[in-house]
Design a protein around this ligand. Structure first.
Ligand code: SF4
Length: 451
């Protein structure tokens, strides 16, 4: 279970469907795991764009009246957002919407621009006024200032001035545009829904709305959706794929396909590889729910050791505002996770989790299992040690807070109070997924940053 590591957001776009905003709503609902702080939808009816966004879960921000009477039209784009504490201003919710000389424009963005400050300062010096702290607002300014006549060319102009990770969807009064950065850090898939089209961060959004998966939006590709035409594809940049491997380790939902591969299959394979690399004698395999489940199944099948749901997760705690004392923090983990004592007592257990970030949650889980009577607890992690922060759209703690950047394996093992600890190697992680190792970003495990 990852502590303080969050995907920053999810995007969805629906084009040419009479229930566009409702489909965007359901799509966002399926993508809620990628961001729970704010949600927004812009819809277009050919004359005007309509935008509703607010703090809260998708189901809290929208209701039937809004979807039926405000977010009208046959095209819509949507966004769910994660934000760090104290940075949850409504101004930072998306879609980002603006009126400019060509009309109206809304943008949703998943990713992070690494030259955002540079671009912003330059724009401010030239007189631009920013309303939010979002790097996405840079794009609105760059598009508004471009000398090109057509929106398509202005978007191409703008993306040549930015660097970083971006899966973007734009909505104008009559068209929708989808665009991915040349490295394709963050996922974006294309599907068909009825007579229309859908783009979304993960295909679990397609399944919910009955859409059919067509393909990935390619890295460096722009798709233009226009009435009565097939989507037009423009290669804006040569593709140099560097897909985020962490999508497979933790972020994406197991029932999704991202980067063209099924997440569950890859996550289970990580467990199989982990069992091959780091076997240990035990009575049962116990996953940390929910993230550790597919890998624990893989570990169990490979090792022949029984899989047991020895830890139950309470899905209904929501956000808890409790005092940050040690005692209260321990209580918070117990509210989320509880052991099945009768199963665990006197047993040697292998606990499978997807990653360790600060180590505090792992320590609480192991303590909880030992208090429940576990004789031995061996921790196995289905990814390599997380040693470096992400600059490409995933909110990670600074390096000094990442336990694996500051302690040896043995020290971490002692800190989390495990009987043994082992991580999946980077090579085994790459064996667990399809495609060339060079087509993935692994910077948070290796420190090999691409940009
Ligand atoms: S640094 Fe890690 S989390 Fe960020 S894009 Fe690369 S693999 Fe993904």
């Amino acid at each position: 279970m990852l502590e303080n590591v969050n995907e920053k957001c999810a995007v969805v776009g629906i084009f040419n469907h009479k229930d566009a905003s409702k489909l965007a709503y359901f799509g966002l609902h399926a993508l809620q795991h990628r961001g729970q702080e704010a949600a927004g939808i812009s819809s277009g009816d050919g004359k005007k764009l309509h935008t509703i966004k607010d703090r809260g879960l998708v189901s809290q921000v929208f209701n039937n009246d809004i979807l039926e009477n405000t977010l009208v039209g046959d095209m819509a784009i949507g966004h769910t957002r994660y934000s760090t504490a104290g940075d949850d201003s409504i101004l930072d919710a998306q879609p980002v919407h603006a009126n400019y000389d060509l009309g109206q424009l809304s943008i949703v963005h998943n990713g992070n621009l690494i030259n955002a400050n540079e671009v912003r300062n330059e724009l401010i010096q030239k007189g631009a006024i920013f309303q939010s702290s979002m790097d996405t607002e840079n794009l609105i300014h760059l598009i508004a200032k471009s000398n090109q006549r057509k929106l398509k060319d202005r978007i191409i102009d703008a993306v040549h001035k930015i660097k970083g990770a971006y899966s973007l969807v734009f909505l104008s009064r009559s068209k929708m545009f989808a665009m991915r950065d040349p490295n394709g850090f963050r996922p974006l898939s294309l599907g068909r829904v009825g007579e229309g089209y859908v783009v979304a961060s993960e295909t679990c959004a397609f399944d919910l709305i009955g859409a059919e998966y067509m393909r990935e939006v390619e890295p460096g590709e722009m798709l233009i959706f226009e009435k009565d035409k097939a989507p037009q594809s423009i290669k804006v940049f040569e593709a140099e794929p560097k897909h985020c491997i962490f999508e497979y380790v933790y972020f994406a939902r197991p029932d999704s396909n991202v980067f063209g591969q099924n997440v569950y299959k890859n996550r289970k394979q990580m467990g199989i590889e982990l069992a091959k690399e780091h076997p240990v004698e035990a009575d049962m395999i116990v996953p940390v729910p929910d993230g550790g489940i597919p890998s624990a199944i893989g570990y169990s099948q490979e090792s022949g050791i029984p899989f047991e749901m020895g830890i139950m997760r309470n899905h209904y705690i929501g956000r808890t505002f409790i005092e940050p004392t040690q005692e209260m923090r321990d209580l918070k983990v117990k509210m989320k996770l509880s052991p099945i004592t009768s199963l665990i007592k006197g047993k040697k257990i292998i606990v499978i989790d997807d990653s360790i970030v600060r180590g505090t949650t792992s320590r609480r889980i192991i303590r909880m299992l030992k208090e429940a009577g576990a004789e031995e607890v061996h921790m196995r992690i289905s990814s390599p040690p997380t040693t470096d922060p992400c600059f490409y759209g995933v909110d990670t703690p600074d390096k000094d807070k990442l336990i694996a950047a500051n302690m040896s394996n043995q020290e971490i093992c002692e800190y989390i109070e495990a009987d043994s600890l082992a991580y999946l190697s980077t090579d085994a992680l790459m064996r667990s997924v399809d495609g060339e190792a060079s087509s993935y970003c692994t910077a948070c495990f290796t420190g090999d940053y691409i940009l």
